[in-house]
Write a new protein. Structure first.
Length: 105
């Protein structure tokens, strides 16, 4: 993944059925999790075990593009739930809906 300066990797989110792992190849990212913020630089990695409820995302606050590997299984049964906004998405259909299941318009 390439993350331009000033951009987010996604909304802060969590997964009940999918582990995630990121490895930074170039640049610098700010990892934001429930416990706070951590700077990730080239050679650093982070893991997000399924089912922990730990909302996470990364922001590029540096002066250059960041390059990182993102690994996940994309389990069909998984449901991505956003921590800070009223949104979720099921891997089964890829549609984003409100947390109560109503469509986002």
């Amino acid at each position: 993944m390439r993350l331009p300066l000033g951009n987010w990797s996604s909304q802060r989110h969590r997964h009940p059925h999918e582990d995630e792992f990121v490895y930074v190849l170039e640049g610098e990212l700010v990892l934001i999790e429930d416990a706070g913020q951590t700077i990730l630089r080239a050679g650093d990695c982070a893991a997000f075990p399924k089912g922990t409820g730990n909302g996470h995302h990364m922001i590029n606050r540096s002066a250059r593009i960041a390059l990182y590997l993102e690994v996940g299984s994309r389990v069909h049964e998984d449901l991505t739930t956003c921590s800070d906004v009223d949104m979720k998405s099921a891997n089964a259909d890829g549609c984003f809906v409100h947390k109560d299941g109503t469509p986002i318009e």
